[in-house]
Design a protein around this ligand. Structure first.
Ligand code: ADP
Ligand code: ASP
Ligand code: MG
Length: 439
């Protein structure tokens, strides 16, 4: 059994859905096909939800109408048979009626999650109708019946495995299963999601749950590139990455993978392949236990970082001090990305500042607190990078004009991270591309 996940652009146009149908029928292996929403849909749903939360009902209604018109045209271009068009029309009616109805209900967080789930429900149901029209035998597996998260928003592979096996068993004769990425049910039984870009995470969790031979992530680029292609013009695809390297790149901002998407594959040892739907013959990137080579592989950047410095000449060297600082972050369930310490201060970074005011209040008794928002972590990732000759020299020579707020080196053997202000991000990525890759 293998997993094939297709992102928004891979299903965003009727001709792309046609390509996807060819890719999923190219071999005989049983497969679970995980689909995202059509490109742009989740963004539209976010806007609709936002308008509703601001009580801008007429704006929300206009946005829903625009989205509906897009889907009406989409099914006309996708399907030929009258019976398929009728079935697709019913699906659109069902989901858009739901959106119009909730215009009349008072907004809540649970409703927001329901709104965001419509994209994946629509894409999979329409794709299923398309496959039926094309005579491709398959079964639709509702993700809301097997993809669950616990009260800490953590998915549990064990539970997913049991529920998914039961569903698959109901369709014993099928070889192609279609399911939704991104959406899930939470511990309260409500519709929820795995956060933006979460379909990669769904695919990896499903791969772990069925012990898949491979988890293929099909997208709009030919694999993980050595630098962010949206920022740097000359980048190239990396053929092989270890799970550790890929996890660090995903966590530190390489948008091609959801930040948490590697751990299930790594833990259950399912190789991951990043492939290009528009260029299926390209090699792509293979992610497995093997790193392939030593040295710097890629650079990624993560925005929206807040740095917090606690200065305390009295207390820092006293044992137990760091524990007390970390306990504050633990209490507010806020994870720390980077840490540096000196004789008199400790600096940490966080990417979630929802609880920042409370965190600062609780840190204040420990010393002077300084907070810097709008920072970016730039991570240089590779195998045994810290032991590779001259890397640090080349790195700091390359970014000589950039003021660096923090450096993290030696924490892992695969990563050197720098903290800079957001405005230097583009320049830093370009300088590192030249200094470390000669591009
Ligand atoms: P999908 O909709 O298929 O999930 P995403 O837009 O989430 O696709 O991810 C693919 C995009 O990630 C690429 O088009 C590219 O712009 C961006 N990206 C950012 N960093 C990298 C990187 N290091 N390598 C490849 N793509 C990257
Ligand atoms: N549709 C969701 C999003 O746009 C999930 C995904 O595409 O992975 O974030
Ligand atoms: Mg994505």
């Amino acid at each position: 059994m293998k997993i094939m996940k297709f992102g928004g652009t891979s299903v965003g146009k009727p001709e792309r859905m046609h390509q996807v149908s060819q890719l999923i029928t190219a071999d005989e292996e049983s497969k679970i096909v995980v689909l995202s929403a059509l490109s742009g849909t989740t963004n539209s749903l976010v806007e609709i939800s936002h308008a509703m939360s601001q009580s801008s009902k007429s704006e929300a209604k206009q946005l829903i109408e625009k989205l509906e018109a897009h889907y009406q045209q989409f099914i006309k271009d996708l399907l030929k048979k009258e019976s398929s068009l009728e079935a697709a029309g019913k699906i659109l009616q069902e989901h858009f009626e739901f959106l119009y109805i909730i215009l009349k209900i008072s907004f809540s967080e649970a409703l927001n999650k329901d709104i965001l789930a419509q994209g994946e429900l629509l894409s999979t149901k329409l794709f299923s109708i398309y496959l039926t029209e094309a005579g491709i035998d398959h079964a639709l597996l509702p993700a809301l019946e097997f993809m669950t998260i616990d009260s800490y928003d953590e998915p549990q592979v064990g539970t997913i495995k049991v529920k998914l096996a039961q569903l698959i068993k109901q369709h014993g004769d099928k070889k192609i299963f279609i399911t939704q990425g991104y959406i899930c049910r939470n511990a309260r039984g409500e519709v929820d999601n795995l956060k933006r870009g979460g379909s990669d995470y769904s695919a990896s969790l499903i791969g772990a749950a069925v012990n898949a031979s491979v988890c293929e992530i099909w997208t709009d680029i030919d694999g993980m590139h050595n630098n962010d292609p949206r920022v740097v013009s000359k980048t190239f695809a990396i053929e092989q990455l270890s799970f550790e390297e890929a996890a660090e790149l995903a966590y530190f901002g390489a948008k091609i993978l959801h930040p948490a998407s590697i751990w299930p594959a790594q833990y259950y040892n399912v190789p991951v392949k990043l492939l290009n739907t528009m260029q299926p013959e390209a090699k792509g990137t293979t992610i497995s236990a093997e790193a392939g080579s030593v040295g710097v592989k890629a650079i990624a950047a993560k925005d929206g970082i807040t740095a917090i410095r606690v200065k305390s000449s009295r207390m820092l060297l006293a044992y137990g001090f760091l524990r007390k600082v970390f306990e504050v972050f633990e209490k507010y369930r806020t994870s720390i990305d980077m840490i540096t310490t000196s004789e008199v201060a400790v600096s940490v970074t966080i990417d979630n500042d929802v609880n920042l005011p409370d965190i600062i209040k609780e840190l204040e008794p420990f010393g002077t607190i300084e907070v810097d928002t709008n920072h970016t972590i730039v991570s240089i990732v590779g195998n045994e990078i810290a032991e590779t000759k001259d890397v640090m020299k080349k790195l700091f020579d390359a970014i000589e004009p950039i003021p660096v707020r923090m450096v993290s080196y030696g924490g892992s053997r695969h990563n050197v991270s720098l903290l800079i202000t957001r405005k230097y991000k583009e320049e830093t990525l370009q300088l590192l591309n030249a200094g470390l890759f000669g591009l």
